[in-house]
Design a protein around this ligand. Structure first.
Ligand code: DX5
Ligand code: ZN
Length: 217
């Protein structure tokens, strides 16, 4: 099974100083950056898109975990591939049939991910599981950092783990911090997306180490 990994969410970083934030995260031992792409349509917030990601790509070799909270992902997918995203996750709610898109991501040599919201049952993504390199279980409504963890996600992580097996990468996103990460790991998640619990802390390295230790139990 994939070793537990903390993925800092670049939604909560200092957008006025992206280069510095990337350097700090590298020094803090981060192995990946979680890139929250929001289009002001699928979610009521707007963040950044492929042009910013492409610039970030030139600054670091960290794994880019792109979380596309956008409508019509099929239309924009190639731009995220070309921008250098390593993992590309689309939302089940944004696409009637995610299978061809997941396949397109795999064909491009990237890891294909499927995310689903707290109100979307596991049954809705079950058919797509064989096409998923990762499943991202939302533990808040997508759109904003700093929200409270919804424990409904724990049961969904357990269900996905049971259906998909030990090798599946299962990511959990929203409200993950010192008080929720251990339960998420026990439920079966192995990638932990963290915004506030890293970026609101003075020492990113200490925050990431503490969270990783808690995830390992
Ligand atoms: C929410 C995003 C998350 C979020 C995480 O739509 O997908 O990645 O920014 O931030 P926290 O950890 O503050 O919930
Ligand atoms: Zn996210």
């Amino acid at each position: 099974r994939h070793a537990p990994l903390v993925a800092p969410s670049m939604l909560k970083c200092d957008f006025g100083n992206l280069h510095r934030e990337v350097e700090l995260l590298e020094a803090a031992g981060a192995q990946m950056l979680h890139l929250d792409v929001m289009d002001g349509h699928f979610v009521p917030n707007l963040s950044y898109g492929p042009m910013v990601i492409e610039r970030l790509r030139s600054l670091t070799d960290l794994t880019f975990d792109a979380h596309l909270m956008i409508s019509q992902p099929a239309r924009y997918l190639d731009e995220y591939i070309e921008a250098g995203c390593d993992w590309i996750t689309i939302h089940a709610e944004a696409e009637d049939d995610p299978l061809p898109l997941l396949q397109r991501i795999r064909d491009a040599g990237r890891l294909a991910g499927l995310a689903f919201n707290p109100g979307t049952p596991v049954a809705d993504i079950e058919q797509a599981l064989p096409a998923c390199d990762l499943v991202l279980v939302m533990s808040v409504e997508p759109g904003f950092g700093g929200q409270a963890f919804n424990p409904i996600a724990l049961e969904k992580v357990r269900q996905v783990r049971q259906l998909a097996g030990a090798e599946q990468i299962i990511s959990i996103d929203g409200g993950i911090g010192p008080s929720t990460i251990a339960d998420s790991a026990t439920a079966g998640a192995n990638v932990f997306v963290v915004g506030s619990a890293i970026f609101d802390e003075p020492d990113y390295g200490a925050a990431i180490s503490d969270l990783s230790a808690r995830a390992q139990g």
